[in-house]
Design a protein around this ligand. Sequence first.
Ligand SMILES: C[S@@+](CC[C@H](N)C(=O)[O-])C[C@H]1O[C@@H](n2cnc3c(N)ncnc32)[C@H](O)[C@@H]1O
Length: 263
Amino acid sequence: MPSAPARIGATIAGMGSRSLFDPLVDAYDAARPSYPDALFDDLERLTGRPIAGADVVEVGAGTGIATRELLGRGARVVPFDIGAGMLGRLRARTPGIPAALGDGEALPLRAGVADLICYAQAWHWMRVPVAAAEATRVLRPGGALAVWWNDVDAEDERWWQRQQDRLEAMSPGYTRGYRTRPYADELRWTGQFAEVVTLAGRWVRRLDVDTYLTWLRSKSYVAAIGDQEQDFLDAERRSMLRAFPDGVIEEPFRTLLVVARRP
Ligand SMILES: C[S@@+](CC[C@H](N)C(=O)[O-])C[C@H]1O[C@@H](n2cnc3c(N)ncnc32)[C@H](O)[C@@H]1O
């Protein structure tokens, strides 16, 4: 794939940051979880091709958590994001990478250049019909759009329920149900794809309370609490130490991977 920045210089000139995540970049970089190896094995299984050697466009790449996993598995990755601050951190961590400002709904790329377009924890920011059409334009025939998430899988835990109650009370517009969209069906309904398949996995991370609170601070809906954010974090510290008195939090995750193949 030709170098993205060389082709898109004119497009990005003058484009300012539009990302809610730019002010959160330090917390994001310090405490967001990566993705388990099994997710990338599933990605190869569902796309039917190895990641190694693939031309990958990654949208909403942020600080590069998934980018580094894809690079480590031998992909050629061109990352895009609308956040200059997030991309700055990605470039600092992966010098020389052709990361560029770009919107998933209007990518500054020629048609038919990618084997795979990935959105790690980012597809829910898109208008599905627009971004799906853009993905099929940029993909080669037979290529795939892959979207995935790490979701906390703790619906039965008191600490999780207390946290969701607090968020729904304090963060404008937040509802715990935002994670339960029918992503695979939404992609089928676009009529753009020959096949849409999903796989789920489970894993657990262990982390100390300070890192956990930093992770909470990296979330856009926690930042949206505004003046009361410190009250929220103080309540979370008390709640998590009640649930995990030794200070080591066991946080269960469910990964959801959806792969849509272009005809
Ligand atoms: C939750 S972060 C995910 C970052 C990274 N992929 C990861 O796995 O940690 C979502 C990212 O999507 C970016 N984003 C939001 N809307 C976008 C759009 N329309 N086009 C490109 N990136 C977008 C944000 O700036 C942010 O960096």
